[in-house]
Ligand binder design. Sequence first.
Ligand code: NAG
Ligand code: NAG
Ligand code: NAG
Ligand code: NAG
Ligand code: NAG
Ligand code: NAG
Ligand code: NAG
Ligand code: NAG
Length: 903
Amino acid sequence: MMSIICNMSLAILIVIAFSCYNSILAALAPSKQSEASALLYSGWWSPSVTDNTTLPHCAWPGVLCDTSGSVNGIRLAYGYQIGGNFSNMNFSLLSTLILLNLSYNGLAGKIPLQICNLSRLTYLDLSSNSLTGELPPCVQNLTRLQILNIGGNYISGSIPPEIGNLRSLTNLRLDGNQLGGSIPSEIGNLRSLTDLYLGGNRLGGSIPPEIGNLRSLTDLRLDGNQLDGSIPPEIGNLTSLSDLYLGGNQLGGSIPSEIGNLTSLTHLYLQENKLGGSIPPEIGNLTCLTDLNLQGNRLGGFIPSEIWNLASLTYLILQGNQLYGSIPPKIGNLRSLTYLDLQGNQLNGSIPLEIGNLMSLTKLDLQENQLDGSIPPEIVNLRNLSYLNLRGNQLNGSIPPEIGNLTSLTYLLLQENEFDGCIPSQIGNLESLVNLNLRENRIDCAIPSKMGDLRDLQQLDLSSNNLVGEIPVELGNLSSLYYLDLHNNSLSGSIPNNLRAVFPYTAFLGNKDLNQFHETQAPKRRSSIIHHMTVFIPLAVISCIVVGSCFLFRRATKTEQPETTEKNGNFLSIWNYDGRIAYEDIIDATEDFDLKYCIGTGGYGSVYRARLPNGKVVALKKLHRLEAEDPSFDKSFRNEVKHLTEIRHRSIIKLHGFCLHRRCMFLVYEYMENGSLFCALRDDIEAVELDWSKRVNLVQDTAHALSYMHHDCVQPIVHRDISSNNILLNSKMQAFVSDFGTARLLGHDSSSNFIANIAGTYGYIAPELAYTLVVNEKCDVYSFGVVAMETMMGEHPGDIISILLTSSGEDIMLHKILDRRLPFPRENSVARSIVLIVSLALACLSANPKSRPTMKQVSEAFLARKSPLAKPFHEISLAQLRYVNRSRLEGESTEASSGQSEE
Ligand SMILES: *[C@@H]1O[C@H](CO)[C@@H](O)[C@H](O)[C@H]1NC(C)=O
Ligand SMILES: *[C@@H]1O[C@H](CO)[C@@H](O)[C@H](O)[C@H]1NC(C)=O
Ligand SMILES: *[C@@H]1O[C@H](CO)[C@@H](O)[C@H](O)[C@H]1NC(C)=O
Ligand SMILES: *[C@@H]1O[C@H](CO)[C@@H](O)[C@H](O)[C@H]1NC(C)=O
Ligand SMILES: *[C@@H]1O[C@H](CO)[C@@H](O)[C@H](O)[C@H]1NC(C)=O
Ligand SMILES: *[C@@H]1O[C@H](CO)[C@@H](O)[C@H](O)[C@H]1NC(C)=O
Ligand SMILES: *[C@@H]1O[C@H](CO)[C@@H](O)[C@H](O)[C@H]1NC(C)=O
Ligand SMILES: *[C@@H]1O[C@H](CO)[C@@H](O)[C@H](O)[C@H]1NC(C)=O
């Protein structure tokens, strides 16, 4: 009913607009008159635009005219939602069109045959719509076409052989559709092609050898199809090729040695196929190669020694094959390497000490091989190493103390080896460490108390060793820890109270001299909450216990008589809430931060609820003592607070004021009645109250808030810790982004990426942060993707992310993953919103930060008119949504790279 009324009023407005415009039309030459009426009747421009009596249509947004006033281009891309539909545009009246770009407009229906009459067209971009039907063979008439991009639609059928007539084509992109059949050999006629993207379809058969004719090709992407047969040797003729993506198919045979002729190649991705034989030594001729990914094939034999000459390599991924032999000292030549993944092969021998030459390495994964010997102390040089995984080998000796110099490490996974001796106390220097796993080794010393210094540690598994002595009480200082496993050791003494309070008793089982006794068995419900609430509750408990530091603060500040202005450089407070919150009011309202007012904890501090004398309830966040004592933190914190006080966005929590002091810091926020999204989703009653439309709004509000932070603030802000813990809900279940404890400002200059310690919550951290510490807003985009999926699913998406990130992963139906506590979304508008949210979320979860959308694009997509579903809701699968987006986002670069042809 609603939509009928809307459509009617639109029609009425168009009629009104038309009558206003009539007088202008009358004054135009006949050909221009028909052009103008075609545009007007299309309904693509809103009446407010067309109802302008002073300018002709050439001034309408997206309309390009030549000097004579003829329409030669229409560019309504990216979120400009065409008001009418495709078939309302009479293309036969626009024969002068050279450029037509309608990407990302929610267009549905078939590609109109009329388009084939636009014989002057050089640029046609219909990507990222919801177009169905087949690619009409009549496109062969568009012989001047240079750019043809129909990626990211639901086009089915097969690629018409007639496409071979488009000899001017430089860019052909049909990726992310449902095209079947095989790649027509006629594609070999397109000799001007530089970019050929057919990935993410259902193309079968083999790669036609004629592809070897495309000598101008620089970028060839056929990944994510069902191509079989072997890679034709003719591919070796594509000597201009710099990017070759054939991953995620069923290609067999062996890698042709002719690949060694592609000396311009920088990216070679052949992962997840059925390639056998051994890696051809000719690969060593590809001296420009930066990325080599052969993961998940059936490659056997030795890794050819020529590979170790490829000095430009930054990514080398050979995981999941059957490669054997040892890792040679020559590996030390690959000095540009940042990412080395040889896991899941049959490599033996020891880790060569030359590994210490790979000073740029951020990720080293050698797990699940048959390596023996000890870890060479030269590892000390890998200053940038953030991820080290040696799990499941036969490594022995003791863990070298030099590990303690790798201060960038976030993951240290040495489990299932034969390490003995002690855990070096230097491990306590790894201040960025998030996950430490030494399970199933033969370590037979005490746990060093220095491990209590690992303040970012979230997971610690020392189980199944032979650890002796008492559990150091310092482990209770690990305020980020949410997973602890010490079972099956020889620990003695008693479990420190602050650990016992937080972790289930199973974490300590199998230590026969350890006092397991619990005074009172915790009620069942509660312990299961603790188990599930991973980060949130344990932290609350710990930090509320450690709140003792506040007494110190009280004493220190009492003598200073804090004012509402800066005083002796040591104390700063800005009270901009009613201008009248006094420091004393806060202390009184919380009885000096008494535990009974503590309501929870975020990453950087405990939160208190305080009712001020004027009746207003506020939330106080008191930062952990450690942060408060770090001078560099103090400095950046002051900066951030200053900017946060200037933020005015509906969906960002309001900062009323703050108090900064060397010993203790707190912030005063507006109070959120319904706590965090995390808790709401885990409570069956609140989860149901949070119905589909509230969830949709919540995700959209969060997107708008992040877009504002990234793109509309004077200085862009990255939050760095977006998680469901940090999305708070008010009494109406509206979402507010909170917890800017780890947020960072980005400079305006091009070097806006910066290196930082890993922040954020496990499970929400962008994967690239495992191997690079460059932080930019794309990290928030990833975390947003997790939160959006979590909101739709009712639980953390967990494995779904990794299943989707491997192109060979199984497909999952959308409706199967939705939160089952809510009814099936029958209402059309809700269903469309869910589809949009999930498809954008999947794009946000791209492993490659560059493929993620910006928050601005996400936010605009939410604001735009929702396109009708191309198929019934229950038939939509995640893989479809994923490919729609991939092209949607990559579409950007097509236009950028072909800018010249538009002029
Ligand atoms: C109509 O044209 C005037 C004059 O150029 C311009 O200022 C105004 O923004 C236009 N109105 C619309 C709705 O485009
Ligand atoms: C488009 O315009 C031509 C020429 O005026 C006319 O013959 C034709 O019927 C129109 N087509 C549609 C679908 O309106
Ligand atoms: C587009 O409009 C035409 C005529 O106005 C109508 O027949 C067709 O169903 C519409 N298509 C869609 C997808 O809305
Ligand atoms: C394409 O061109 C051929 C001949 O050049 C013509 O017969 C045919 O009608 C055209 N098709 C369309 C859809 O314009
Ligand atoms: C590829 O190049 C070789 C010579 O290098 C030539 O013999 C062969 O015909 C070419 N193949 C194609 C398909 O162009
Ligand atoms: C590859 O290069 C070699 C020598 O550089 C040449 O003999 C051979 O024909 C080339 N193969 C192809 C397929 O171009
Ligand atoms: C390519 O590599 C092979 C084997 O490593 C070698 O014999 C050949 O000379 C190389 N070809 C060129 C053109 O460098
Ligand atoms: C490793 O760190 C220690 C201090 O923990 C330092 O004394 C030593 O010089 C460092 N080694 C290297 C090679 O930097």
